[in-house]
Write a protein that binds this ligand. Structure first.
Ligand SMILES: [Zn+2]
Length: 324
């Protein structure tokens, strides 16, 4: 471009005035001009407007992965974070990819998943949409809880609803981002450190409160609070929905109601992403109130959304379990 003697600016550009960038004599190749031109070409090539193709695209499977990832990315330039599932969807149990999802996967560089079977579409469907995509299953460092009564059962995938596990998952996201974008590793580390220290404070609040609980048995809508229960020394003595989308029979409701009375369970915990009708029916039969616990699978993707929702859960648990 410069060798031809053309100016770098549009013809009516005047912001360079009469500096060396303004080429008056096209036939003469002044070495300073050539060097300056290469420098400008270099700047243009790496400027944000010219670097759209250089943007690193992170696709997260659902809301909690989006919140964790946004905290690690922070304001690092040239990285976008997008959630594949809308924030109203909740857990992606049994979710099948849509053509729109395939397109999003096709243009992403890194896929951040929970793992432990939460995203059944991981593997072949994702690879087909994008053979080059990196995938991180953030739960990999968590000590798993099996859903069955022995070690052969499936792993409970609701790891993130525990601040201690969230810390491990955030560190996995930091590792994956740093491996894929080494230039940002310092920023990812700083952002992850700051978020982990907030999550550690949150975990400590839960643990301090749990020492004051007088009751330890809970009944939840589905097996979403099992990891948090393990952290706090609580026992989940019953679940309304034992498999995704499977409503309990009248007999199962009667049995659960008996369990609630026998095990001195203070409340039935429902979740904002599901209709409270079943929880209300059960609570009525057992003579206890319904309280809402939020597994942060729906709602705001704001960076503090996980902590905010978990603190609301903590006050709900404290109120219900501190009473005799
Ligand atoms: Zn779930």
């Amino acid at each position: 471009m410069l060798g031809s003697g053309e100016t770098l600016c549009p013809r009516n550009c005047d912001h360079h005035g009469n500096t060396i960038y303004s080429i008056r004599k096209p036939r003469e190749r002044n070495p300073i001009l050539v060097a300056a031109g290469f420098f400008i070409a270099f700047l243009l090539a790496f400027s944000p407007s010219a670097g759209a193709a250089d943007t690193f695209r992170v696709l997260t499977s659902f809301l909690p992965m989006e919140i964790f990832t946004r905290n690690v990315v922070g304001d690092t330039p040239d990285i976008t974070v997008e959630s594949m599932l809308p924030a109203s969807m909740g857990c992606p149990h049994d979710y099948a990819l849509t053509p729109g999802d395939m397109k999003k996967i096709g243009s992403a560089d890194l896929f951040v998943a929970n793992g432990f079977g939460m995203e059944e579409f991981l593997g072949e469907p994702v690879r087909r949409a994008n053979p080059k995509i990196r995938v991180v299953e953030t739960a990999r460092g968590v000590r798993p809880i099996r859903t069955g009564h022995d070690d052969a059962g499936d792993v409970n995938p609701h790891t993130w609803v525990s601040p201690r596990n969230a810390i491990l998952q955030v560190r996995e996201i930091e590792k994956a981002l740093s491996a894929a974008r080494p230039a940002g590793a310092g920023a990812f580390r700083r952002n992850a450190d700051a978020y982990v220290s907030r999550l550690s404070a949150l975990a400590a609040e839960f643990e301090a409160a749990a020492k004051t609980f007088r009751r330890r048995n809970i009944v939840t809508f589905h097996n979403v609070f099992t990891y948090l229960a393990r952290d706090l020394g609580l026992t989940v003595v019953g679940e309304i929905e034992t498999a995704p989308g499977q409503e309990p029979s009248a007999g199962e409701i009667r049995n659960l109601s008996r369990t609630i009375r026998e095990r001195n369970v203070p409340a039935v915990f429902s979740e904002p992403q599901y209709s409270p009708k079943l929880a209300e029916a059960l609570a009525r039969e057992a003579g206890v109130p319904v309280r809402v616990l939020d597994p942060v699978a729906t709602g705001s993707p704001a960076p503090t959304a996980y902590e905010d929702a978990m603190r609301r859960n903590l006050s709900t648990l404290t109120e219900a379990l501190s009473a005799r």
